[in-house]
Design a protein around this ligand. Structure first.
Ligand code: DNO
Length: 349
């Protein structure tokens, strides 16, 4: 069981994470290197030393970002793919085992609310499908907590470049990227773990290609090696009610292709609106108990982490990434797992 930590600027201290029962690893990234450049050995070593000084392990990187030029298939991509491969080698040299990444154009996860008030007084992340559909990205995107790293004119230019890139082109660019990095990952003993799109549908006219079971199968079929695997995020895929997470876990964990499990619950409606809830099954639309049981039955021995928590008990901080609710989630998942271990032992008696 791991916990995501955003480095020295994260308001959640490592010392507090260390006190959550059952957590033994941190998932993090080198944040002070521009996207596309190699993560230097010294930076990785320093991060690892800091994490280990709190008696925690650092074996999973989330994420090594994929430069937009790679997703766009621009001529500069060969150098950038080479850099990504070198980052994998450096991470391996420092003892890392799994690298999470995504292939979403321009935007990583998207929400329309970061402080949606729930009946119990907590706040959570929310996605209003109509609101997103009404936004014309050409006019600028104004959502709470929006990635302000893009200036309006830069965003416009980037969106213009994507105009000729549909799902087929994006897929071809993912394929090219995978062919470039899988050999390095294999050699370095790194397991790549592609994170699905969040939400799992096109937004702002941008294509998305990691949305459902067919997409995941297609990615895995590129190369049948543990170096080419998945981060299975229950919440990202779960925002589409047609996605059956339990059967995905059975299939892909059964094949040993899930290297990293993100567990979170959501309340979803048919129109595609959703918000994050507490992890417990009856708090949201996903049967987290059944999902965790499917991992257990498949003999999953990869990494877990609880994902997006609500803000509870007056906590302030990074939306989705506070201490308390994610800690409750981690303890809940570990409790489910212990129960499953016990039930198996009882059945064998
Ligand atoms: C959201 C996270 C994602 C994830 C990236 C992986 O909270 O799960 O931001 O880290 O998509 O590259």
């Amino acid at each position: 069981m791991t916990f995501r930590w955003y480095g020295a600027s994260d308001p959640v201290p490592l010392a507090h994470i260390r006190q959550i029962p059952g957590i033994d690893g941190i998932v993090s990234a080198v944040y002070d290197v521009p996207v596309g450049e190699v993560w230097p050995l010294d930076n990785i070593r320093a991060l690892k030393a800091l994490i280990e000084s709190h008696d925690l392990k650092f074996e999973v990187a989330e994420s090594v970002p994929v430069h937009e030029d790679i997703k766009l298939g621009r001529p500069t991509r060969d150098r950038l793919i080479g850099n990504f491969a070198q980052t994998l080698r450096n991470l391996s040299q420092c003892g890392l085992k799994v690298v999470c990444y995504n292939f979403m154009p321009v935007f990583d996860w998207t929400r329309t609310a970061l402080e949606l008030k729930l009946d119990d007084g907590s706040t959570t992340l929310g996605f209003d499908a109509d609101l997103v559909n009404r936004i014309d990205p050409e006019q600028g995107i104004n959502l709470p907590g929006w990635d302000t790293s893009y200036k309006p004119e830069d965003l416009k230019a980037l969106l213009a470049e994507y105009r000729g890139v549909g799902e087929d082109e994006l897929w071809a660019n993912l394929l090219y990227f995978l062919k470039g990095v899988i050999p390095a990952a294999e050699e370095a003993g790194i397991k790549l773990a592609l994170h699905p799109d969040d939400p799992p549908r096109p937004i702002f006219g941008l294509p998305r290609i990691v949305k459902n079971v067919r997409d995941l199968r297609r990615v895995l079929a590129v190369s049948d090696t543990p170096a080419n695997g998945l981060t299975l995020c229950s919440g990202s895929l779960g925002a589409d009610l047609d996605n059956d997470i339990v059967s995905m876990v059975r299939e892909f964990a059964g094949q040993g292709r899930i290297h990293f499990a993100h567990i979170r619950n959501l309340k979803v409606d048919e129109k595609g609106n959703f918000h994050e809830t507490a992890h417990k099954s009856d708090c949201g639309s996903l049967d987290i108990g059944a999902i965790v049981a499917a991992y257990h039955t498949a003999g999953y021995d990869g990494y877990f982490r609880s994902d997006h928590g609500r803000m509870i008990w007056g906590e302030t901080g990074k939306p989705g990434y506070g201490l308390y609710d994610r800690a409750l989630g981690a303890v809940y998942i570990n409790g489910l797992w212990e129960g499953l271990d016990n039930a198996r032992r009882e059945a064998e008696r």
